[in-house]
Design a protein around this ligand. Structure first.
Ligand SMILES: [Zn+2]
Length: 218
């Protein structure tokens, strides 16, 4: 029985390690013992890698960035995101739980643009500032969404491309017949008799009369 127990413990240990790694990588938990005091050299090097500008401007990180555009650096041979290190240098503690940008510029490390905040605040900021990806990437992972609906549909952008009315190869009626149908219907002709007379279905007559189809014919 000892072997399974050992393996269980091993697995539990592995899980715990994984969880700690995840937490560390996301830096969601501010572990007091984790706080480091950057040395003068580290601080000097950090600002050397930064495009320092005016106090209200964005200070962009000049070195490596991750795929979300956040500047990345190492501090005590540990991978960190640059804006978090900027917060640490300014305030002496890691931001908890998150470090938020008030300028929406992910590569900005100006401490004046950084503040502590929760995940909920971050999500709210995203929605308010149109930074949210909700709906934008649905079913189009990593691709640009084709704008194929509404006013952006190619047929709406280039109305000349569509064949309307009697120009359409499948058209049975033409513009004159449509005008006749509307006048006859106004004069009390039944939809059924019109459908038989013009050789189209009753629903087509209804749509013509209600101006759902052949809208361009006045
Ligand atoms: Zn900024």
């Amino acid at each position: 029985m000892s072997a399974p127990r050992a393996s269980l413990n091993w697995r539990r240990g592995a899980k715990l390690n994984h969880a700690t790694n995840m937490i560390e990588s996301e830096s969601l938990v501010a572990d007091k013992s984790n706080h480091v005091k950057p040395t003068e050299y580290e601080i000097e090097r950090f600002w050397r890698y930064t495009d320092v500008r005016g106090p209200n401007e964005c200070w962009n990180w000049k070195k490596a960035k991750n795929k979300w555009g956040y500047g990345v650096c190492t501090l005590r041979s540990k991978y960190q995101r640059a804006h978090r290190v900027a917060f640490l240098i300014k305030n002496g503690n890691w931001p908890f739980p998150l470090c938020l940008h008030s300028c929406d510029n992910t590569s900005c490390v100006n401490p004046a643009h950084l503040r502590e905040g929760t995940n909920a605040e971050n999500s709210r900021d995203k929605v308010i500032r149109g930074r949210s990806n909700a709906g934008k990437k649905h079913h189009f992972w990593g691709k640009k969404r084709p704008e194929m609906s509404g006013d952006l549909h190619p047929f709406h952008r280039n109305p000349n491309l569509t064949l309307k009315g009697s120009k359409h190869p499948m058209a049975i009626l033409d513009e004159d017949k449509v005008r006749d149908i509307r006048i006859l219907r106004q004069n009390g002709e039944s939809i059924k008799s019109l459908s038989q007379a013009f050789g189209v279905k009753e629903c087509s007559i209804e749509n013509i009369v209600k101006r759902k189809s052949w809208k361009h014919v006045l």
